[in-house]
Design a binder for this molecule. Structure first.
Ligand SMILES: Cc1cc2nc3c(=O)[nH]c(=O)nc-3n(C[C@H](O)[C@H](O)[C@H](O)COP(=O)(O)OP(=O)(O)OC[C@H]3O[C@@H](n4cnc5c(N)ncnc54)[C@H](O)[C@@H]3O)c2cc1C
Length: 385
């Protein structure tokens, strides 16, 4: 069976790897970028420091199957991501937790807030700030407002270009107070970063001789959608295989129903003549400066080097006409999801087409979710061929 996979990101690589298990399958994996890996791409910069081109990536999952799967292609460093936020002149754990409370507030006040949180919710619980706001308790209400203002509000405006009440769904649910002293950003059982980087891990995935890789190639230049009979032609010839599509769906239909909105990021890298720049890999700046966060890569890759590379992220609206930026975060709003569904309905008319990944699904997926989803799709493809 012949397969063309559009997009050599994590979705495309996992599906290619799975399909290549059958020696009768021939897979062409293409990407418009000159590298594989999609958003997970990492590389050694001119100073020899391993950096993540599209923002810091930390692998974490509760799913043993996904963890076992990635461990087939790389060893992992055990790494627990810890994020600090610059709030009222202090660096405090994010998500906001009992340590943040102790660091920011006078002793007596911190003790009172801690006691109330423990009494009401118990230790190791994540309480959304909206829940705190609903309480008939002036202290908890005050804490809710403080976290909303100092950690959430300005960060959201910077990240999404909109006020929190204009952005719904998961983005809003993401802001808890963690009634705990556990300051790890994720609590999943399996966490880490690949020892030799994500690109190397994905190169291992697609090393089968049945996979051909074509980079620097936009699918528009080799695939053509035929509206009349809902088929897809390859190099202007009939193609009987499947096309696994992991790019943006609005682009496939020439934006004819409208553009699917995304947020993008401008990444500014800087190599500094110092061994260490900040105490943890990521520091968020919710209220100060134009950037949202600074990442220092060596703090998450365990690399030893006399210099260090940092990266600042500036959020902006995505425009597909601007080829310097990528569509990174779908904007979770009802109107956008409805527009996406209309495109999806169109796409489903093409029997050769299989949609996969965060762009074609218009949904934020973690890497673990991406892999789970890709493994499921590959299984369906294998059983139907
Ligand atoms: C800033 C940021 C930080 C993140 N941090 C984490 C993290 O810490 N932990 C975690 O688990 N997840 C993280 N993620 C999520 C992770 O990046 C995704 O889960 C994963 O990259 C999804 O892979 P994908 O293959 O579906 O999409 P992508 O990686 O976007 O791959 C899609 C591919 O399609 C290609 N393509 C697009 N258009 C065309 C075209 N016209 N022709 C040919 N090719 C095309 C693109 O170049 C790209 O390579 C983060 C995401 C972002 C944006």
């Amino acid at each position: 069976m012949e397969y063309i996979i559009v997009g050599a990101g994590l979705s495309g690589c996992v599906i290619a790897e799975q399909l290549a298990e059958n020696p009768d399958n021939h897979i062409l994996l293409i990407d418009k970028k000159k590298h594989i890996g999609g958003t997970c791409f990492d590389f050694y910069n001119d100073d020899g420091i391993l950096v993540h081109k599209y923002g810091p990536h930390i692998f974490n999952t509760a799913d043993r199957e996904v963890w076992d799967y990635v461990n087939r292609f790389t060893e992992f460093y055990e790494y627990y991501h810890r994020v600090l936020g610059y709030v009222d002149g202090e660096l405090v754990p994010i998500p906001f937790n009992l340590k943040s409370i102790r660091k920011l507030f006078p002793e007596e006040m911190a003790a009172r807030l801690t006691e109330k949180l423990l009494e009401k919710y118990g230790y190791n619980t994540k309480v959304p700030i909206l829940e705190l706001d609903r309480q008939d308790d002036a202290d908890l209400k005050w804490l809710s407002e403080y976290v909303y203002e100092k950690v959430f509000f300005h960060y959201t405006v910077k990240q999404w270009g909109q006020r929190p009440d204009e952005v719904g769904g998961r983005a809003m649910a993401r802001i808890p107070v963690f009634v705990s002293t556990d300051d790890r950003y994720f609590q999943n059982a399996y966490q880490g970063v690949p020892k030799y980087g994500y690109t190397k891990m994905m190169m291992e995935m697609i090393s089968s001789p049945n996979i051909s890789i074509l980079l620097g190639t936009d699918y528009h230049s080799i695939l053509r959608r035929i509206e009349e009979d809902h088929t897809i032609r390859f190099l202007d010839r009939e193609f009987n295989g499947k096309v696994i599509f992991t790019a943006c769906l609005d682009g496939l239909f020439d934006y004819r129903l409208g553009e699917l909105p995304y947020r993008s990021l401008d990444f500014q890298f800087q190599t500094l003549d110092e061994e260490s720049h900040q105490p943890v890999a990521t520091v968020n700046y919710p209220c100060n400066y134009g950037f949202t966060r600074i990442t220092e890569f060596k703090k998450l890759t365990f690399q030893k080097h006399p210099k260090t590379t940092i990266m600042k992220e500036f959020s902006l609206a995505y425009d597909y006409r601007d080829d310097k930026h990528d569509p990174l975060y779908p904007i979770p709003k009802t109107a956008n999801e409805e527009l996406y569904r209309s495109y999806r309905e169109e796409a489903l008319k093409y029997k050769q087409l299989v949609l996969a990944g965060r762009l074609a699904d218009y949904k934020y997926f973690t890497m673990a979710e991406t892999i789970e989803n890709a493994l499921r799709i590959a299984k369906e493809l294998k059983s139907s061929s």
